[in-house]
Design a protein around this ligand. Structure first.
Ligand code: SF4
Ligand code: SF4
Length: 405
C-alpha cells in the first residue's frame, strides 16, 4: 500500500468507535492513542506529514498487537491490517528502532534453517541433561536479557525425519506440500510429525522440501518487508515444480504471509491452513477415531479467526473424536498477547492478556488445551507452567493424530 492509498483507506474510518471495545490495548490502557481509531488517525497524520514522528507516536503504533480484532468488527470494513503493515514498513526504514536482544535473537533463529536445526539439536541435549531447568531457575540468563525467551521454550520432541516424501496409506487421494516453517522443524516438531501421520492416513502423499524457510510473519509484523519478501521467494522456490494439490501449513500465524505465495507448485495449488484443508477433505469411511473421554479446551488464535476466518474448524474437526468434551475459551475473540515477538518485546501487556486466559483455564481445569498457532501455544503454556496448572498444550492436529486407530 503506497502513501496515497494509505491516506485514502484511513479516510474511510468514520470514527464511529465501534471497534474500541474489541481492542485489547484500548481495553487495558483506556487511551485513544492505543485504540484502532486513534492509531488510524496517527497513521494518517504521519502519512500526510501533519504529525512528527516522536517516541510517543511510535510507542502507540508499536503497542498494537496486529490482532486485527478491530478489522473484524468494523462496519466500514477499514483494512486496518494493511494500514499498520504499510506504516510499520515506513517506520522500519526510517527509524531502525532496536527491538532488544531477545527479539533480535528470535529473528535470527527463525531465518537460518541450518543454524535453527543445529540449535534445536543442542537444545534437546541440554534439556535432557537437566541443565535447562537449572539455567532457567538460577537466574543466569537474566543479565543477558534472555530469561523471558528461555521461559517460553517447550520440551522439544524428536527431530524431523530426513525423508522428503511420505507416501499415502491406503487409497491415494492426492499430493500435499507441507510447509513446516521455522517452528515446525525446530521447536514444534510434534505438530509436524502429527500432520504427516494424519495426512498419510487420510490418503495423501506428503512432500517436505528441505529448502523451505520461515514464512516471514515476524518480519512483516515488524515492518521488515524486504526480509519478508526474501523469505517468500525462498519458499516459492522450495515448492516450485512439485506436483501438489495443495500447500498446507500448521501454524495459523503463517497464514497472512503464506497466502501471498499463491499460486504455488506447477498446477496452481491453493495455500491452506491444515484445519481448513481437513475440514473440507473427504475422510475414508472406514476410518473411526479412538474415543477420548476428556475435557479439551479450545483456544482460537487471532490469526485463525480474524485473518483466516477459520475459527470454526478446530471444533468441527475435534468433534470427530467420540466421547470428547470440547470447551472453547469464553473470550476466544481476545488476543492472548503472544502476537509474534510481542510477548518478548511487551511482556507486561502480553502477560496481562494471557492472565485472563489462565483464569478461565484455572476454573475449567481441562486435561488439554488446543491452539492452532505455535506462538500462542508457547506463550500460554509458559503461563500454565508458571501458574502450576497441569494442562497439556498441543495443536488440534496432534490430538487428532493421537486418536487414529
Ligand atoms: S476503524 Fe471502523 S469501527 Fe473503528 S472507528 Fe473507524 S470506522 Fe469505526
Ligand atoms: S490490531 Fe488489535 S491491538 Fe491493534 S488496534 Fe486493532 S484491535 Fe487494537
Amino acid at each position: 500500500m503506497n502513501i496515497d492509498s494509505l491516506i485514502k483507506e484511513a479516510d474511510r474510518c468514520v470514527k464511529c468507535g465501534l471497534c474500541l471495545p474489541h481492542c485489547p490495548t484500548y481495553q487495558q490502557r483506556q487511551d485513544e492513542g492505543d485504540s484502532p481509531r486513534g492509531r488510524i488517525a496517527l497513521m494518517q497524520g504521519l502519512a500526510q506529514k501533519k504529525l512528527p514522528l516522536n517516541e510517543n507516536l511510535f510507542n502507540h503504533l508499536d503497542r498494537c498487537l496486529v490482532c486485527r480484532a478491530c478489522e473484524a468488527m468494523c462496519p466500514s470494513e477499514v483494512k486496518y491490517g494493511e494500514l499498520i503493515e504499510a506504516t510499520r514498513a515506513t517506520l522500519f526504514n526510517e527509524t531502525a528502532a532496536p527491538s532488544g536482544r531477545a527479539a533480535d535473537m528470535m529473528q535470527r533463529f527463525v531465518t537460518a534453517p541450518t543454524h535453527r536445526r543445529n540449535l534445536s539439536r543442542l537444545l534437546r541435549i541440554y534439556q535432557r541433561s537437566g541443565l535447562g531447568w537449572l539455567t532457567r531457575h538460577s537466574g543466569l540468563l537474566r543479565p543477558l536479557g534472555l530469561q523471558r525467551l528461555a521461559g517460553v521454550l517447550p520440551k522439544l520432541s524428536s527431530a524431523l525425519p530426513t525423508q522428503r516424501y511420505h507416501p499415502p496409506i491406503g487409497e491415494q487421494k492426492g499430493e500435499i506440500g507441507l510447509f513446516v516453517g521455522c517452528m515446525g522443524d525446530s521447536l514444534d516438531t510434534t505438530t509436524t510429525h502429527a500432520a504427516i501421520k494424519l495426512l498419510t492416513h487420510l490418503g495423501y502423499g506428503v512432500h517436505l522440501p528441505a529448502k523451505q524457510n520461515c514464512c516471514g510473519a515476524l518480519h512483516q509484523h515488524r515492518g521488515d518487508l524486504k526480509q519478508a519478501d526474501r523469505l517468500a521467494k525462498e519458499n516459492r522456490d522450495a515448492f516450485d515444480g512439485l506436483n501438489i494439490d495443495a500447500l498446507i501449513y500448521c501454524a495459523s500465524g503463517c497464514g497472512s504471509t503464506l497466502q501471498k505465495l499463491e499460486p504455488m507448485g506447477c498446477n496452481d495449488a491453493p495455500v491452506m491452513e491444515i484445519g481448513q484443508f481437513l475440514a473440507q477433505a473427504k475422510w475414508p469411511e472406514a476410518l473411526t477415531l479412538r474415543p477420548l473421554s476428556k475435557q479439551i479446551a479450545i483456544h482460537l488464535p487471532c490469526s485463525l479467526t480474524h485473518v483466516l476466518k477459520q475459527g470454526h474448524t478446530p471444533e468441527a474437526l475435534l468433534s470427530k473424536i467420540p466421547g470428547i468434551t470440547l470447551l472453547p475459551l469464553p473470550d476466544n475473540q481476545n488476543c492472548c498477547g503472544a502476537a509474534g515477538d510481542y510477548m518478548i518485546r511487551h511482556p507486561e501487556i502480553a502477560d496481562e492478556l494471557r492472565d485472563s486466559k489462565l483464569r478461565q483455564l484455572d476454573t475449567m481445569r481441562p486435561a488439554i488445551l488446543v491452539s492452532s498457532n505455535i506462538g500462542c501455544a508457547l506463550h500460554i503454556a509458559a503461563g500454565i507452567r508458571n501458574a502450576g496448572l497441569k494442562i497439556e498444550v498441543i495443536h488440534p492436529i496432534t490430538l487428532l493424530a493421537r486418536q487414529l486407530p
